[in-house]
Design a protein around this ligand. Structure first.
Ligand code: ATR
Length: 503
């Protein structure tokens, strides 16, 4: 079972002790990042393990490896010596581990560590990528056989992430910490146990003046309570979400809470993917059982499907894949998720007599258009790329236009309901508006499928004009409930929704 290590990056030892006390219940080990301490505090580190009351790693990270220590090697070595000096027979009063970099060859430090039971973590950091010879480098890293190898690499794409998982498989015969930094690498921190990592590092991210110890780290609470880190074992079933850039998704929070509530041995992990092909390979490597598919892959996923549901076939858009002996099965839960949510919002049974504008013509828009048609609404499709709007609209005998002033003019005749389906205005670019030329008259019912931010600029304008509005959160949950059925093969338990808290 991988341990959880809280990186302590406070400026004072007292602050670090406070942080540790606050997160104690989530962590097994703490890493004292001496490089983050104020200079005066650095001389007082020797007593820290005793005060901490948990095994502590002594780390003094240099700037070139992403740390904050800017002094020379001489002063760094003398700090290490201070930390390891006056070792006590009661090991709990000594540092349990010391992180010595690959190129740090100071036999006296190693000897001091070994004599008093401080285990050496022999580390290297690649802040620019994933080494081509990662496995070899890891194998050669240990100076002596009892050292823990630590390789922190920075995947630049999902193919790099795949190489990390493969390297993990080839380095099972010694203790190691192998992790991918950054947004792409966060899943390696969640799945540390799968990688055979000795520990996973977390940072108290929500704290005031928090200094992130390394990019891509999760908060301790997030790792334990959302990602169920303590419950993961070799039989845990893996689910996930694939998309790009995948900065804003509530699906992991939803599914992981469901697994916790229902006592299901599964975890749902985000996989930001610059390439769908890499994700499909990774999914095979990790044995992923099912995944949600989001922007921009709802169409691009089609060639990878062995079986398509009728809806996927008709819409050429798929947002749910499930592994089967025949290959990937593809489903679309956006359709029903959307229409259930829209009808609930409008309080209607169908869209007879309603004139609807659909902004966008991508995968999500196709699900929306199909449902508007099924519910007997009349619609106008507006899109930046007009040919895509035309292609979608013609399938249902809808009108079409461009997402500009001309389209905004047409929209005046299709404005009982407005549905925004593009990713424009989504975090991390909430200042964007998919149709600034349209002025709301206050009577439109406006739905934006985005739910992060809670209120897009587009919805804000609608609210200011007096419109009734709804964001995409309700749809997300409704479609996820349908997804649950495909993932698990059983109905979503009734009453469970009342027990799920979402942010
Ligand atoms: P999804 O499958 O999630 O709908 P998609 O198929 O890539 O994703 O579709 C994205 C939609 O958002 C499209 O309507 C796209 O417009 P284009 O067809 O012109 O690409 C729209 N979109 C994305 N980024 C946009 C931007 N910056 N400005 C305007 N429209 C944008």
């Amino acid at each position: 079972m991988a341990k959880i290590c809280l990186c302590l990056t406070g400026k004072t030892l007292e602050r670090n002790l406070d942080l540790l006390a606050k997160y104690r219940k989530y962590v097994d080990v703490a890493e004292l990042r001496v490089d983050c301490l104020d200079p005066d505090e650095r001389f007082l580190i020797r007593r820290f393990p005793e005060q901490a009351g948990v095994p502590v790693i002594l780390t003094i990270r240099r700037k070139e490896e992403g740390g904050y220590f800017s002094g020379g090697e001489g002063s760094r070595i003398s700090l290490f010596s201070k930390g390891l000096a006056f070792a006590e027979a009661d090991r709990r009063k000594n540092f349990a581990y010391v992180d010595l970099e690959e190129d740090l060859n100071v036999p006296s430090l190693e000897e001091a560590a070994r004599t008093f039971g401080t285990r050496i973590i022999r580390s290297f950091h690649n802040n620019k990528g994933v080494d081509d010879n990662l496995v070899e480098r890891m194998k050669k890293l240990r100076h002596v056989g009892d050292e823990i190898v630590k390789a922190a690499v920075f995947p630049q794409n999902l193919a790099d992430v795949l190489r990390i998982y493969r390297a993990a498989g080839e380095t099972r015969d010694f203790d190691k910490v192998l992790l991918g930094m950054g947004h792409y690498g966060t899943n390696t921190r969640i799945l540390a146990d799968k990688l055979g990592s000795y520990l996973s590092f977390v940072s108290a991210k929500d704290e005031p003046e928090a200094v992130l110890a390394a990019p891509g780290q999760l908060d301790p609470k997030e790792l334990v309570e959302i990602y169920r880190f303590r419950k993961l074992n070799p039989s845990t079933i893996l689910f996930g979400i694939v998309g790009f850039p995948l900065h804003a998704t509530s699906s992991p929070s939803f599914f992981n809470q469901v697994y916790t509530e229902e006592n299901i041995n599964a975890v749902y992990v985000p996989f930001p993917a610059d390439s769908l092909e890499s994700f499909m390979e990774l999914a095979k490597e990790l044995g992923i059982k099912g995944a949600s598919v989001t922007v921009p892959y709802k169409e691009k996923i089609l060639p990878y499907l062995a079986v398509q549901s009728e809806k996927v076939w008709a819409l050429e858009a798929c947002n749910t894949i499930v592994a089967s002996p025949e290959g990937w099965m593809g489903y679309n839960t956006d359709c029903r998720g959307f229409s259930d949510s829209l009808l609930n919002f409008t309080g209607e049974k169908d869209l007879r007599g309603q004139r609807v504008t659909i902004i966008g013509a991508g995968g999500a828009a196709r699900a929306v258009a199909a449902e508007v048609y099924r519910l007997k609404g009349k619609a106008l499709v507006l899109n930046r790329t007009v040919v895509r709007a035309k292609r979608l609209a013609m399938a249902y005998k809808f009108a079409w236009g461009s997402a500009d002033a001309e389209g905004a003019e047409l929209m005046k005749r299709y404005n009982s309901i407005v549905i925004q389906t593009t990713s424009v205005g989504m975090e991390p670019a909430p200042g964007e508006d998919p149709l600034p030329d349209y002025q709301f008259n206050g009577k439109e019912k406006v739905m934006d499928l985005i739910y992060k931010p809670h209120e897009t600029l587009f919805l804000k304008r609608a609210v200011e004009a007096g419109c009734a509005v709804q964001n995409g959160y309700d749809m997300l949950i409704r479609q996820a409930i349908y997804q649950y059925l495909f993932f698990m093969g059983t109905e979503f338990p009734s009453g469970l929704m009342n027990r799920i808290r979402m942010s």
